[in-house]
Design a protein. Structure first.
Length: 233
């Protein structure tokens, strides 16, 4: 074989030697797999599970609704309750909220309102009483108070008060007066009347003191004061 032929077999036209006939394909470079961390995987699974549980609890809370009693018209303190005073509503009730359930409405009817009830509110057990706000042996005396006589502390049903006798204008004080004060209990207080600002307080007194209290109110010779709360009241 001539040198020219040998040279043509070993050298390609572009000057690059050809690959051997028996050479296989070139293997790609080996890339090492990233090491997985079992702790990270476990934490991810735990977070997914907790999120799913939270969504499930939220759905259950939203879906759980309770039929409760609502007030549909104004009810005054001490008024006997009737079915017409109430309606029903389905609400998602917070455990901290105490409300009368709709299936207990019959137990409420016939009792009295312990506080003034307003339409649109839920009825709470504490707003209902089986006792009359004016007890046997008592009388109810309406007491009108001028703006300067109204206590700054809001009067609430059951608040213990006293009617104190004061001399009328130009009257000489009598030290030997047989009675200077009358104990009572506030039953209801109205809102201030437009223009005059007068507030009417219904005061329950003993039957023996009722006429005297009414006479003091008629002449304006009294003042209403609040007693300090007693233990357990």
């Amino acid at each position: 074989m001539s040198k020219t032929k040998e040279h043509s077999e070993t050298v390609a036209p572009n000057g690059v030697p050809p690959q051997g006939r028996g050479a296989g394909p070139v293997a790609p470079p080996r890339v090492s797999a990233r090491r997985r961390r079992p702790g990270v995987i476990a934490l991810s699974l735990a977070l997914i599970a907790a999120g799913g549980a939270g969504v499930a609890v939220l759905v259950l809370q939203v879906g759980h609704r309770t039929q409760v009693v609502t007030v549909v018209r104004d009810v005054q303190v001490g008024q006997v309750l009737t079915e017409q005073d109430f309606g029903e509503a389905s609400v998602a009730l917070d455990p901290a909220v105490k409300a009368v359930r709709a299936d207990a409405l019959e137990a409420v009817v016939g009792k009295r309102a312990a506080v003034e009830l307003k339409p649109g509110s839920l009825l709470a057990p504490s707003q209902v009483t089986k006792d009359s706000l004016v007890k046997p042996g008592e009388q109810l005396v309406p007491v009108g108070l001028k703006p300067e006589q109204v206590p700054a502390t809001a009067l609430v049903p059951g608040q213990r008060v006293q009617l104190v006798r004061v001399p009328a204008q130009g009257e000489e004080p009598k030290e030997d007066a047989a009675q200077k004060s009358i104990a009572g209990r506030a039953v209801k207080a109205s809102k201030a009347a437009p223009g005059t600002g007068i507030v009417v307080v219904d005061v329950a007194t003993s039957a023996a003191d009722g006429p005297t209290a009414a006479a003091w109110v008629a002449t304006g010779t009294f003042r209403l004061i609040l007693d300090a709360p007693q233990d357990g009241s």
